[in-house]
Design a protein around this ligand. Structure first.
Ligand code: TRP
Length: 331
């Protein structure tokens, strides 16, 4: 397919409060793609129901996630922002791709293994075929690049395999997508156990800093962050807690590790933790303010999601029609 610009595609589930890891590792970097790429950012509500959701909360979070995209700097005029379930082509292509995806491939997905261990009472077929729906999201738009966290790399690789297999069987149909794994912020660790990734579903609320936490909460969480018995702010082995705080501080302040070590020379961990908390709160403050403003304007958010869905459906339909023809459906 001839394209004016390369296509970038990413999605976020409206299924939990997003963390500073999501912000620093993904959201914050998204706006940089708008000039070079044709960009699609989706709120993937169909993925969210692979684990049980409270309907009213799912609705609220769908608005919130859309508002966060905009608050993080994505201009709806320059980026297609939309909700997955508003574009039926996702479900249609996902079904077709299910028939070109092997049981064994899906069984090897680490996210499936982790989630089925965690939700052992609800290992539903949707959880299992989650990656084919994600492949459909990506492949419908002839996507070249997929900016995601490192935990999603395996899913993008599966999308590549499925696309390649389909192209092989029926001639060129899909662009083969490439994951872009952001370096900064991708390794934000839990504040309670800095050997573990910070996860939005962590049961310990002190382990996780959410994008929408207020300033006092953010500072309190950083004050309680687990460190070590050394007293010196420096990057080093066996100092996972301090390393994590340094990496967060570096992400939000733009300072190098050397600069941070110099800044806190001769000062204790207490000072350092407070500085990290304040810097994170200051970085998030404008995003939170814009998010709150947008949420109070539902009519605007609805117009954004409606326009986004129209644009997305137009491009998705082109790919879907080709696919249907190739597999032999009458259209
Ligand atoms: N699975 C992704 C996650 O949990 C979300 C997602 C769904 C996605 N569809 C996508 C990401 C397509 C990138 C492209 O983070």
């Amino acid at each position: 397919m001839l394209k004016d610009k390369k296509v970038s595609y990413s999605g976020i589930q409206p299924s939990g409060n997003l963390t500073i890891g999501n912000y620093l590792g993904a959201l914050r970097n998204f706006s940089q793609y708008s000039d070079e790429y044709q960009t699609f950012y989706c709120v993937v509500d169909m993925h969210a129901i692979t684990v049980r959701q409270v309907p009213a909360e799912l609705r609220r979070r769908t608005y919130e996630t859309l508002a966060l995209y905009i608050a993080a700097g994505l201009d709806p005029e320059k980026n297609t922002l939309y909700v997955q379930s508003h574009v039926p082509a996702h479900a249609e292509l996902a079904w077709i791709l299910n028939c070109y995806t092997m049981f064994g491939e899906l069984s090897r997905m680490t996210q499936f293994k982790d989630k089925s261990a965690k939700h052992s009472d609800n290992i539903n077929a949707g959880l299992f075929t989650y990656p084919t729906l994600m492949a459909a999201d990506i492949l419908l738009y002839q996507t070249d690049v997929v900016p995601v966290g490192v935990d999603q790399k395996q899913h993008v690789e599966l999308a590549r395999d499925i696309a390649g297999r389909f192209n092989q069987a029926y001639s060129e149909t899909f662009t083969i997508p490439e994951p872009i794994i952001s370096k900064s912020g991708m390794k934000i660790m839990s504040l309670a156990d800095p050997t573990k990734k910070m996860s939005k579903s962590d049961e310990n609320a002190n382990a996780v800093v959410y994008i929408l936490d207020d300033k006092d909460t953010i500072i309190r969480k950083f004050k309680r962050a687990v460190t070590d018995s050394d007293t010196c702010v420096r990057y080093g082995e066996g100092k996972d807690g301090i390393n994590n705080l340094m990496s967060i501080y570096s992400c939000v302040s733009g300072k190098s590790y050397d600069e941070i070590e110099r800044e806190f020379e001769g000062r204790g961990y207490g000072d350092f933790k407070l500085a990290v908390g304040e810097a994170v709160a200051d970085t998030l403050a404008p995003v939170q303010a814009e998010h709150a403003r947008l949420l109070s304007d539902k009519a605007y958010l609805e117009s954004v999601m409606k326009n986004g869905a129209d644009t997305a459906a137009y491009f998705a339909q082109k790919t879907l029609s080709k696919v249907k023809k190739k597999v032999g459906f009458l259209i």
